[in-house]
Design a protein around this ligand. Structure first.
Ligand SMILES: NC(=O)C1=CN([C@@H]2O[C@H](COP(=O)(O)OP(=O)(O)OC[C@H]3O[C@@H](n4cnc5c(N)ncnc54)[C@H](OP(=O)(O)O)[C@@H]3O)[C@@H](O)[C@H]2O)[C@@H](O)CC1
Ligand SMILES: [K+]
Length: 498
């Protein structure tokens, strides 16, 4: 499912209207009806409903929503924040129909906030959509503030909550706090910015028949969905053998962190890797081995370890941050000619030698969380949280790496700048060890997949999905351990990736 900026959405609208020939009025009818259908599932006919409308087409959607609800017997009225003469085009067309049908219609009088919001059971925000520029002006800011204070009301936003930008990189002062947002055709970029989650609430995408084909030549931004996992998950052939599913290497294991490589190895095997080897300090091997008997072990000595005899490797989990491990990491990066995942302490060392990435020809996957990513990108966490798409895309294309920016909305960027968002999972994953398990799953899938992007998206998807399944059935969001996710993988794999 495509993610768009405002300008991309306007291009989709233009293409659909001018080149395909669907009229704007009809699209507005489709949008309003689809959103009204969604809202009707959440409200009752006893509810008092207020639709707040603005001057543009977002307001036009609001007129169609109000008419649809009214004709179905709901108690609805419309309150326009602008005088009728400001309403034009398709929105005016639908305003006329609204008034012909007899839906109660009021408008802001002489700048007074005469609208009664208190006591409303449902408030629908169709004030501003993707045409919003800058901070809200009066009277929008005041009305939005009043609506947010109506604690008893269910609040729905049309397309985007009024006050938010569609694009990343814009700070919000005041915006409508929706319990649920019905967004038209494609999620907007801003829906995946952490600070906006409190405004969007739940997000539902409504299909109104727009054509997104006009965007094919732009770098893609998509949400990776279950159907994508089902379509692309590696198939295990009937006559395959362990070698067919890849030989993976996990390098790490500082004496005080034996768990990281252990969990990564178990996760890789549970995700389907054929063979997994752990290269760790020899003191550690006897500690780890009983917990992962399926793995093989080798002393972490680059004179004897042939990295390229493996199909892919993961490095950094529990590697340590000493000078010695820094030079070990540098040697690994110089020597490895296979796809390599760099996580945790590997990312820490990489900061000082990231120019090596430009010379490195084999695929490199970086899996930082926001703090690690901000350090790598020489920026701040808050700047990265505001602009995660553009900043990670710039880094990926400059350094030629795959970049998996870990978070509730994980953004995966390819070396070409295409981006995928994976939203599975919940706060139970905010715990030590989660990253090690994810790296292991990613390695397991990298070994089995033809495409790195698919391996990364599928790996991150099943990691989050497993946490969702476990916290729905057997665990809470407090107690779930990273290793529980490894043991829960079978449930996900049995249901999603048959
Ligand atoms: N085919 C289509 O196009 C379809 C479109 N659809 C729907 O249309 C929506 C986009 O409609 P749109 O382009 O009319 O923009 P929209 O956001 O309604 O309002 C623009 C107005 O806002 C005003 N304004 C801006 N910033 C402001 C601020 N900070 N504070 C206060 N005011 C501000 C600005 O005023 P100005 O600055 O020009 O004075 C301008 O008049 C889209 O989100 C979707 O819901 C669907 O029906 C599907 C088909
Ligand atoms: K809106």
């Amino acid at each position: 499912m495509r993610i768009v900026t405002a300008s991309e959405m306007y291009e989709v609208d233009r293409f659909t209207m001018e080149e395909v020939g669907l009229e704007g009025k009809m699209l507005m009818e489709n949008a309003g009806r689809a959103i009204a259908e969604g809202i009707m599932k959440e409200i009752s006919k006893q509810d008092e409903i207020l639709v707040l409308t603005g001057p543009g087409n977002n307001g036009g959607d609001g007129f169609v929503i109000a008419r649809t609800l009214y004709l179905k017997g709901y108690r609805v009225r419309v309150y326009s924040l602008v005088p009728e003469e400001k309403i034009k085009g398709d929105a005016l067309y639908h305003l006329n129909i609204l008034q012909n049908v007899g839906v109660p219609f009021h408008r802001l009088q002489n700048g007074e906030l005469a609208v009664r919001l208190e006591g409303m059971d449902v408030i629908i925000d169709a004030m501003l959509g993707i045409g919003t520029k800058g901070a809200l002006r009066s009277p929008y800011a005041e009305i939005v503030d009043k609506a947010n204070k109506c604690e008893q009301a269910m609040r729905f936003a049309v397309d985007i909550p009024t006050g938010l930008s569609s694009d990343e990189g814009v700070e919000t002062e005041v915006a409508f706090k929706a319990h649920k947002t019905f967004t038209v055709q494609c999620p907007k970029e801003s829906a995946f910015i952490e600070a906006n989650a409190q405004y969007y609430g739940e997000l539902e995408v409504v299909d109104i028949g727009l054509f997104t084909e006009s965007l094919v030549n732009r770098p893609g931004k998509k949400v990776w969905l279950k159907e994508d996992v089902v379509r692309t998950f590696p198939v295990r052939e009937r006559f395959s053998h362990k070698g067919s599913h890849g030989r993976g290497l996990i390098i790490g294991g500082a004496p005080n962190m034996p768990g990281a490589v252990m969990m990564a190895a178990r996760a890789a095997l549970r995700a389907g890797a054929g063979l997994v080897s752990i290269a760790a300090s020899h003191h550690l091997i006897s500690t780890i081995a009983p917990y992962v008997p399926e793995a093989t072990y080798t002393d972490l000595n680059l004179k004897t370890l042939d990295i390229d005899s493996f199909h892919a490797a993961a490095v950094g989990m529990g590697l340590g941050r000493s000078e010695q491990s820094a030079s070990l990491f540098e040697d690994i990066l110089r020597l490895a000619n296979i796809p390599i995942i760099i996580d945790a302490d590997g990312l820490y060392h990489l900061k000082k030698m990231k120019n090596m990435l430009k010379e490195h020809t084999a695929p490199v996957v970086l899996t930082p969380h926001f703090k690690e990513a901000a350090d790598l990108l020489d920026t701040t966490v808050s700047a990265l949280k505001q602009n995660p798409f553009s900043l990670t895309r710039a880094f990926s294309t400059e350094y030629g790496v795959y970049f998996l920016l870990k978070g509730p909305y994980t953004i995966i960027t390819t070396t070409d700048g295409d981006q995928y968002v994976v939203t599975t999972g919940n706060e139970s994953l905010a715990k030590g060890g989660s990253g090690d398990v994810l790296s292991g799953i990613l390695l397991g899938l990298l070994l089995q997949s033809h495409h790195i992007t698919e391996a990364l998206c599928n790996g991150r998807f099943i990691h989050g999905k497993t946490a969702e399944i476990l916290t729905r059935h057997t665990h809470s969001r407090y107690d779930l351990l990273a290793s529980d996710v490894i043991e829960g993988l079978p449930m996900t794999l049995r249901t999603i990736c048959k």
